[in-house]
Design a protein around this ligand. Structure first.
Ligand code: SF4
Ligand code: SF3
Length: 543
């Protein structure tokens, strides 16, 4: 075994990647990420031990969150960047230990690695398999993966100037908990719900950050065709990067298109004023291998999901920023004020051909909570008159596995009175189908990115209130969620914390759930996998 990673849905053989990642992460990078997490656990133990308040260590908060984000699936493949982050975190750790006189025997507090060989060597004892009990390991990893997703959302909020120290304090609490040898399985299960609670807080914070800065998302027809100008494609989830790119490309003759999870940027009022913001190009993250070729211009990755480029021509057009990274691609850092200089991307765009058109027309989105709640009376009336009989939450991730065609077929097989509520890149499996409308509203209501799953919860709460139902499980809502990486894990934990039961999770259940932990989730929350489209339609809609 050269590495061990089982954090995402596409893990090798549905068990674990042990030689190289299916995602393209090699063993060295995987081990470097393991060591980075180990150093973070040491920092967290120090913070807990000395009762340090996150308010007093702003730089450590930001870098801890950034480090966690770097270890998310498909975010950062650059060994050098990850090694630099380890050295930085060790430095911050040592300063904390000295300044606060931390006394603790946890070896991550004193052990230092100084070069690549030492990092690789240390990784052998500090990775996922350091935990021998498989149930404890399962719960530690479930919490850690949820925390990675939560950290991603915190980073986007921070980039817009929004922070919540109680959430940072929880980041340290949880990292210390997963380092604690004394905790029982029951205690770790309880911790999982607490992680979900903070997941809701983090998504609410980001929702506030995004909508206060750029306005509330509103119903928008997004152009999916192209124009004849050189252009930049922006992918990932960071709206502050989106704003800076639009500002800097203004008046340059270079157009901007979104890809993958950046599509919902089209729904924000603040971005509509830019005439050179043309629309969305292509589909979800894994289709980039084809779509980046035909796009012709440079691509800016603000976060995951990067697929290792198959040739140098495409690789040379990829730029990364924030927590994203890929060896051989130019990485653009922010200056001390958080400002990024995208001139290299813009200059490259000017020398390249305009995108080749692969689709034509429009798709509709922008159904975040504020927009949907403003339509509440219409929607409630449609429910009362049985024009809408069910809402089907199909949020989450997309992925390359063939079995994901289930979601397209499931959407097509739904009764015409069912409305899909979606968020995340899962939507690309059905957002271009002609599923018709109900009272002029499309049957696929896209709230936005994966973090906008928070919007779906707000919508459920508003429906609960309108129908006088205290228990959200009594609403006519089905949860059939697709997952791939760790942002979907925090969305799942958030739903569990809110008491939502009967969530169906696919296309496969996580490999990191041990049989016993899976049983707990089934017994306490009635979580289930998916079956065939036919069986599931019968299960959800049969008499
Ligand atoms: Fe494998 Fe997923 Fe880990 Fe990549 S992130 S190494 S595909 S389990
Ligand atoms: Fe997608 Fe990677 Fe998960 Fe944001 S971008 S949901 S997979």
């Amino acid at each position: 075994m050269k590495m061990f990673c089982y954090q995402c849905q596409e893990t090798a053989k549905g068990l674990a990647c042990e030689i190289a990642g299916v995602c393209g992460k090699n063993a060295e990078v995987a081990k470097t990420q393991d060591v980075l997490l180990y150093v973070l656990r040491g920092i967290a133990v120090a913070v807990q031990e000395a009762s340090i308040d996150a308010r007093d260590i702003p730089h450590v908060n930001v870098e801890t969150v950034r480090s966690l984000f770097m270890t998310i699936t498909n975010a950062n493949f650059d060994q050098e960047i990850l090694e630099k982050q380890i050295y930085l975190m060790q430095e911050l750790r040592d300063k904390l230990v000295e300044e606060y006189g931390v006394v603790n025997t946890y070896d991550s507090l004193s052990l230092a690695v100084n070069n690549r060989e030492e990092i690789q060597e240390l990784a052998n004892s500090v990775g996922v398999l350091r935990t021998t009990n498989e149930d404890v390991r399962s719960l530690r990893e479930l919490n850690t993966y949820g925390l990675k997703g939560l950290a991603a959302y915190l980073e986007h909020a921070y980039n817009l100037g929004y922070e919540d120290y109680s959430i940072y304090n929880y980041v340290y609490e949880l990292l210390a908990v997963v380092s604690d040898e004394e905790l029982s399985v029951d205690e770790l299960v309880a911790q999982t719900l607490k992680t979900g609670e903070y997941g809701v807080e983090a998504m609410a914070l980001l929702d506030r950050a995004n909508s206060s800065t750029y306005g509330n998302p509103e119903i928008t027809n997004v152009n999916i065709g192209t124009r004849n100008n050189p252009a930049i494609l922006i992918s990932g989830h960071d709206l502050r990067d989106m704003e800076m790119l639009l500002e800097q490309t203004s008046g340059t003759g270079v157009d901007v298109y979104t890809h993958g999870e950046m599509l919902p940027a089209n729904y924000y009022p603040a971005f509509k004023k830019y005439d050179h913001f043309v629309g969305n190009y292509g589909n979800s993250w894994w289709q980039q291998t084809q779509e980046f070729k035909s796009f012709n211009g440079p691509i800016l990755f603000t976060t995951n999901c990067i697929v290792p480029p198959r040739n140098d021509e495409v690789r040379d057009r990829i730029f990364t920023t924030g927590s994203a990274g890929y060896p051989g691609c130019i990485h653009i850092e922010a200056d001390a004020d958080g400002v990024k200089d995208f001139s290299a991307v813009i200059e490259m765009a000017k020398t390249l051909a305009a995108p080749a058109e692969i689709e034509h027309g429009e798709i509709t989105g922008g159904f975040a909570h504020n927009q949907v709640i403003s339509l509440a009376s219409e929607i409630i009336d449609a429910v009362e008159k049985e024009e809408i009989t069910k809402f089907v939450v199909m949020a989450g991730c997309d992925g390359r596995q063939k079995g994901r065609s289930y979601y397209t077929e499931f959407a097509e097989a739904l009764p015409e009175t069912a409305v899909i509520l979606t968020a995340g890149c899962a939507k690309y499996r059905y957002n271009k189908l002609d599923l018709g409308t109900i009272r002029g509203l499309p049957r696929v209501l896209d709230a936005g990115q994966c973090n906008d799953s928070y919007s779906l919860v707000r919508i459920a709460m508003a429906l609960g209130e309108a129908f006088g139902l205290e228990d959200l499980n009594n609403l006519p809502i089905i949860y059939n969620i697709a997952w791939y990486e760790q942002k979907a894990v925090i969305v799942l934990l958030a739903l569990l914390h809110l008491g939502i039961k009967n969530i169906h999770l696919g296309p496969t259940l996580p490999a990191f759930l041990s049989p016993n932990v899976a049983t707990v989730l089934v017994e306490q929350f009635a979580i289930a996998g998916i079956g065939s489209v036919e069986d599931d339609i019968e299960l959800f809609f049969g008499e």
